[in-house]
Ligand binder design. Structure first.
Ligand SMILES: Cc1cc2nc3c(=O)[nH]c(=O)nc-3n(C[C@H](O)[C@H](O)[C@H](O)COP(=O)(O)OP(=O)(O)OC[C@H]3O[C@@H](n4cnc5c(N)ncnc54)[C@H](O)[C@@H]3O)c2cc1C
Length: 299
């Protein structure tokens, strides 16, 4: 029986694990990888990265430490979590069963993909999935955003402040009538292609254009970069039976990362905490681990 199990080895889970190790807890990190989404790094032909401190660099220091401390982690997929007495039991794809007194859920959220030809080739090579992270790089550039929900409209509004031109490719009317949608429609440098869908991504070393379809007709849209801003899907299914989630499936947490279940904490993109960013996930992971430690002290 471990003191603490941490599910997910992205920025939040790695930080939570490091904190638990410092507190000399018997901790086990169960994860498919070390680093989570920081393993994606956007490459653009016009951006020089050499003076930028990336999330990946910060997180990789934690990942190296945990990789070295083999006893503290197992590479596996958690498939089911259940209550077991006062604690919890985690079943994994490899067939292992791990038990713990407390749990930190740090399984992140995945960006919804376009699933069209060319997407895999150009993912993070001119095809971006996080305007909140990268929009500031596009000063006086031509950009395009794909999506029609709140995420896409927010990305368009942010890019419109920085880029010379933003084209929003909105497959449906979506949330264009919202306050953010009205703002986007009113911006002088934004044009909206409503009803268009993306058929493929074309490029050379980087994505250079999208082939769009509308009412049986095709057209090509060129830009310096393309932001796929569909939903973020929280990977919270494995604790769906145990903790309360919001309407988007994010695990609800309080200011000390406690969920609705005693002994279960959550951190990072899987939660309903504002903004999906590496530094936020790191802070939330630290908080969740400290809160779990406090909980264990009282048991
Ligand atoms: C393309 C892209 C680029 C980004 N760039 C930046 C940036 O430049 N700067 C920035 O601040 N933010 C950036 N972000 C956002 C940032 O990556 C996230 O906010 C951050 O990684 C969230 O950390 P996390 O630990 O909550 O989740 P994640 O990083 O998503 O990590 C989740 C972890 O859980 C594991 N996991 C999930 N389910 C299971 C399971 N069932 N069993 C075992 N393991 C599981 C995953 O393998 C992974 O290790 C970017 C996001 C994307 C999508």
């Amino acid at each position: 029986m471990h003191d603490l199990i941490i599910l997910g080895g992205g920025p939040s889970g790695l930080t939570a694990t490091i904190y638990a190790l410092r507190k000399r807890l018997d901790v086990l990190l169960i994860t498919r990888d070390l680093g989570g989404k920081t393993n994606y790094r956007l490459q653009l032909p016009f951006v020089d990265h050499h003076l930028v401190i990336t999330g990946e660099e910060v997180v990789s220091r934690f990942a190296q430490e945990i990789d070295y401390l083999e006893f503290s982690r197992v590479f596996d997929k958690a498939e089911r979590v259940e209550k077991a007495g006062e604690g919890y039991r985690v079943h994994t794809r490899a067939g292992a069963v791990h038990e713990c007194r407390a749990l930190v859920v740090a399984s992140g959220a995945r960006a919804r993909l376009l699933n069209v030809p060319g997407e895999k080739e150009y993912m993070m090579r001119g095809l971006c999935y996080s305007a909140i992270s990268y929009a500031p790089l596009f000063v006086e550039r031509q950009t395009a955003v794909i999506g029609d929900g709140a995420l896409a409209l927010r990305a368009t509004a942010e890019l419109a402040r920085i880029a010379s031109k933003v084209t929003l490719v909105a497959p449906t009317h979506g949330e264009l009538d919202s306050a953010m949608g009205r703002r986007v429609l009113a911006a002088g440098n934004v044009s909206v292609l409503e009803g268009y869908t993306v058929e493929r991504v074309n490029g050379d070393d980087y994505a250079r254009s999208l082939v769009l379809a509308y009412a049986g007709k095709k057209r090509e849209l060129t830009a310096d970069a393309f932001f796929v801003e569909l939903d973020l899907v929280p990977q919270s299914e494995l604790v769906a039976e145990i903790v309360d989630r919001d309407e988007r499936g994010r695990v609800k947490v309080d200011c000390a990362n406690r969920t609705s279940a005693a002994g279960v904490f959550a951190a990072g993109d899987v939660t309903d905490v504002f903004a999906e960013q590496v530094l936020i996930a790191i802070g939330e992971g630290a908080k969740a681990s400290l809160a779990a430690y406090e909980y264990l002290l009282t048991q």
